[in-house]
Design a protein around this ligand. Structure first.
Ligand code: CMP
Length: 139
């Protein structure tokens, strides 16, 4: 069943590249409404907690280091069918496989430094949104 919120982060590589504005413009242009947003930086501990599901993967250490090396933009987005539509908008995890015009095709550097995060299910969207935002920060 489709619900209407997803969670995203503009990752350190895209922030470093100066792409916050272009990415937000593409997100808005695709019809997503911003429910919550903050410019913040994850500690290594917080990044490790956020990606705990990947703790056994060989790239976990690299992922935690990457996600805590600089600021990110975290946001909750709203739209019909938000989770699936946002994953279409950002493209495949590996930018070499991402469809032309998608956010990752435009801005991602590699499978690890892939510009943006998008939740993979409604359940994870709710968990990830609550990880970053209090209910009083959602509008
Ligand atoms: P995302 O899908 O947002 O969340 C999990 C992240 O792990 C993914 O983006 C990438 O940043 C990272 N990741 C996934 N696969 C690999 C890989 N093979 N090597 C390095 N990092 C990866």
């Amino acid at each position: 069943m489709a619900t209407n919120r997803t969670f995203t982060m503009i990752k350190p590589d895209a922030v470093e590249g100066g792409h916050i504005g272009a990415i937000l413009e593409q997100i808005n242009g695709a019809g997503f409404r911003i429910v919550a947003m903050k410019y913040t930086k994850l500690s290594a501990e917080k990044a490790g907690e956020f990606y705990a599901v990947h703790a056994e993967r060989p790239f976990y250490g690299e992922l935690v280091e990457f996600m805590s090396r600089g600021p990110i933009v975290a946001a909750i987005l709203e739209k019909d069918n938000a989770v699936a539509d946002f994953r279409t908008l950002i493209g495949a995890t590996n930018p070499s496989e991402a469809a032309e015009g998608t956010i990752r095709a435009r801005f991602a550097k590699s499978i690890g430094e892939n510009a943006v995060h998008g939740s993979d299910s409604d359940e994870n969207a709710a968990i990830e949104g609550s990880f970053h935002f209090a209910a009083t920060e959602m509008f």
